[in-house]
Design a binder for this molecule. Structure first.
Ligand code: IMP
Ligand code: MG
Length: 175
C-alpha cells in the first residue's frame, strides 16, 4: 500500500445530520407505503443501516454484492454479481442504497438488471456522488453529498478493504 494519510472531509456529526435529513425526506416521499431497501455490499452497508433507522415507515431489507473494482482506485468497468438478492422485487417500492456513484458503470448495470424484475418503483439513494467522474448516466434520487474527484474512505468506503469502519468521510492523501 502506498504511503498515505487520511484527511477529514465530513465529520461524523455532518454525516449523521445529512442521513437524518434524507431519512425525513424518504419518510415524507413514501408516506403510507412500505419500502424495500436494497443494499449494495459492502460499501452501502453502514449507510443503509443508519438510514433505515431514521425512516419512520415499514421497511424490509435485502443485500446484494457486485464488484467493479480491483484493489486500486480506478474502476475496471467490469461488473460481476457476487451475491444476488434473496427476495423478489415484484411490485415493491425499491430503494437501492449505495455508498458512492463514481463513473456510474456499476449502478447503471445494476439498475437495469433490477428494473427487469418488475418493482413498482425503483429509486437510487447514494451517500456520495462524484458527478465530474460520470461516464454512464444514472438517475440519482437521493444524494448525501456531492464531492469533487478525490478518493474517499470511511462510512463503508474502503481503500484496499481498509477504513470502512471510520465513522466519518475522509480523503486519502498520498504522501
Ligand atoms: P462506479 O461503477 O465507477 O460508479 O464505481 C462505484 C464503486 O466504486 C463504488 O460502489 C465504490 O465501491 C467504488 N468507489 C468509487 N469511488 C470511490 C472512492 O472514492 N472511494 C472508495 N471507493 C470508491
Ligand atoms: Mg461499492
Amino acid at each position: 500500500m502506498e504511503k498515505h494519510h487520511i484527511e477529514v472531509m465530513f465529520t461524523e456529526e455532518e454525516v449523521d445530520r445529512r442521513i437524518q435529513e434524507i431519512g425525513d425526506q424518504i419518510t415524507r416521499d413514501y408516506a403510507g407505503k412500505q419500502i424495500h431497501m436494497v443494499c449494495v455490499l459492502k460499501g452501502g452497508a453502514f449507510f443503509m443501516c443508519e438510514l433505515a433507522k431514521r425512516i419512520k415507515l415499514d421497511v424490509s431489507l435485502d443485500f446484494m454484492s457486485a464488484s467493479s473494482y480491483g484493489s486500486g482506485t480506478e474502476s475496471s468497468g467490469l461488473v460481476k454479481i457476487v451475491k444476488d438478492l434473496d427476495e423478489p422485487l415484484k411490485d415493491k417500492e425499491v430503494i437501492v442504497v449505495e455508498d458512492i456513484v463514481d463513473s456510474g458503470r456499476t449502478l447503471s448495470y445494476l439498475l437495469k438488471m433490477l428494473s427487469e424484475r418488475g418493482p413498482r418503483s425503483l429509486k437510487l439513494c447514494t451517500l456520495l456522488d462524484k458527478p465530474s467522474r460520470r461516464v454512464t448516466d444514472v438517475d440519482v434520487t437521493y444524494t448525501g453529498f456531492k464531492i469533487p474527484d478525490e478518493f474517499v474512505v470511511g462510512y463503508g468506503l474502503d481503500y484496499d478493504q481498509m477504513y470502512r469502519n471510520l465513522p466519518y468521510i475522509g480523503v486519502v492523501k498520498f504522501d
